[in-house]
Design a protein around this ligand. Structure first.
Ligand code: ADP
Ligand code: ASP
Ligand code: MG
Length: 435
């Protein structure tokens, strides 16, 4: 096998949501039988949300609820695989049982002080289950596939729920593990989203991180290309769930893709682009519903003329921070604020300052904003506005900007030559009735 032939395919939750969806994925894989493939699987459908509820219940010591939710997940899983296989292969049943038992063992112990640690040990179950099912189903269909534990490949630091990839060790593990399997003519089926620490504890890479996992494998294996299979025809000018009249972009540069996804275009995880760009690996965003279509190609070769593109980040908080003694917000204040931003892991999407105040727009996750405000309380007053949306328009025009403003009030705005950002809130606007 020449490494340049290798492709990495990532199948997300929507493409694996039930038995029929898994059959469709197997058809797509079967039509690429002639080439070496590494297949990265996400958890089925909305499984990760369900597992988050289990992790929360366990952490709050609501064991009965945690067990009940786990049983529901187990039953849903076995219902799907009965439909898929008829008689469940023994090895698959045993593997899945081991996985469910490993979570029951977690429940035997007291929750740790670190919620993020418990979260990763439980939530990782989703990808482990789906990848076992997919690998077994491919073999059942006569497509030789070997299941690989991504935790033997992707090494991260100990930042639970947002593991930082340790690249040199990951590179060496991936290069040792994957090529021998491909050389035997087997496809590799592994998990997105998960890795492990040097002490072999499971970590996750951040919600929606399976695209990023696929990019890590692509980088380490010098893949010829990577494809992510979605329920949309490719990258569109905006999320079709939120906007009408969107259109597909056929070619996108890495730079444009990284800007769009950084500001919340949910179709690709923002960390995905860098490893691909670094090795000029083309990324195809394709529809698993219409696999014969070309989708969007993200590469070096795209031009720089683009239509207006809109990304919307919900659950934003605007934190207005002002000095208590009316002194200017100077560099040492900003340093102090950023130290606390780092320790509370606030994810900043926008910032602006005036003489005596500093505004940051952040993802409103857990109690991070409260913890930040408590930490800066000695020197700064804070005011928090929640339930906001951050709307980013790349290549903005007046027409698109005005249409975004309808029914909203803009609390903060930032303008660069190619990017307009608005932090917005819904307002009941008085409108004249149609005649
Ligand atoms: P999966 O988890 O199955 O890999 P996601 O649900 O994470 O897929 O991503 C696909 C979804 O991303 C689409 O269904 C669409 O609603 C949303 N989306 C957001 N912005 C865009 C965009 N600019 N182009 C296409 N899809 C987008
Ligand atoms: N299953 C994980 C999530 O839903 C990772 C992913 O799907 O990319 O966040
Ligand atoms: Mg997803």
């Amino acid at each position: 096998m020449k490494p340049t032939e290798l492709q990495v395919f990532k199948f997300g939750g929507a493409s694996l949501k039930d038995a029929a969806a898994i059959q469709n994925v197997a058809n797509i894989i079967a039509s690429h039988r002639e080439q070496p493939l590494v297949i990265v699987a996400s958890a089925m459908g909305k499984t990760t949300n369900a597992l988050e509820n289990i992790a929360r219940a366990y952490h709050q010591r609501q064991l009965e609820e945690a067990n009940q939710l786990l049983t529901e997940f187990r039953n849903a899983t076995f219902t799907a695989i009965k439909e898929l296989f008829g008689d469940i292969p023994e090895e698959l049943a045993a593997n899945l049982n081991d996985l469910f038992v490993s979570v029951e063992w977690v429940f035997e112990d007291e929750p740790s002080d670190l919620y993020d640690y418990d979260y990763d040990q439980i939530v990782s179950l989703g990808e482990l289950v789906s990848s076992h099912i997919l690998a077994a189903y491919l073999n059942h269909r006569g497509i030789p596939a070997q299941w690989v534990d991504a935790r033997d490949c992707i090494l991260t630091d100990n930042t639970y729920r947002e593991g930082w990839v340790q690249w040199p060790e990951t590179q060496s593990r991936v290069s040792k593990t994957i090529p021998p399997i491909l050389e035997r003519g087997h496809f590799v089926v592994t998990q997105g989203f998960i890795g492990s620490t040097s002490e072999n504890f499971t970590t996750t890479l951040g919600r929606e991180g399976s695209d990023y996992s696929a990019a890590i494998f692509s980088f380490c294996l010098d893949a010829a290309s990577m494809s992510i299979w979605k329920d949309v025809p490719g990258v569109l000018t905006a999320d079709p769930r939120l906007f009408d009249n969107v259109s597909k972009i056929d070619n996108l540069s890495y730079k444009e893709a990284i800007e769009m996804t950084y500001y919340g275009a949910k179709v690709i995880h923002p960390k995905t682009i860098k490893p691909l760009q670094n090795k000029s690996i083309p990324l195809h965003v394709r529809s698993f519903l219409e696999p014969e279509l070309g989708g969007t190609l993200v590469s070096d070769d795209a031009g720089d003329a683009y239509p207006p593109m809109v990304a919307v980040e919900k659950d934003q908080a605007l934190v207005n921070i002002s000095t208590r003694d009316f002194s200017f917000v100077a560099e040492h204040h900003i340093k102090e604020l950023f130290d606390h931003i780092t320790t509370t892991r606030l994810q900043v999407n926008m910032m602006q300052n005036t003489a005596i105040s500093f505004n940051v727009v952040v993802n409103d996750i857990d109690d991070r904003v409260e913890r930040f405000c408590a930490l800066v309380n000695d020197n700064f007053k804070t005011k928090v506005d929640r339930d906001l949306e951050l709307v980013t328009i790349r290549h903005y025009t007046n027409e698109v900007t005005e249409s975004m403003r309808r029914g909203k009030v803009t609390l903060l705005e930032g303008r660069l030559p190619l990017t307009l950002q608005m932090v917005m809130k819904d307002v009941p606007v008085m409108r004249r009735k149609e005649d």
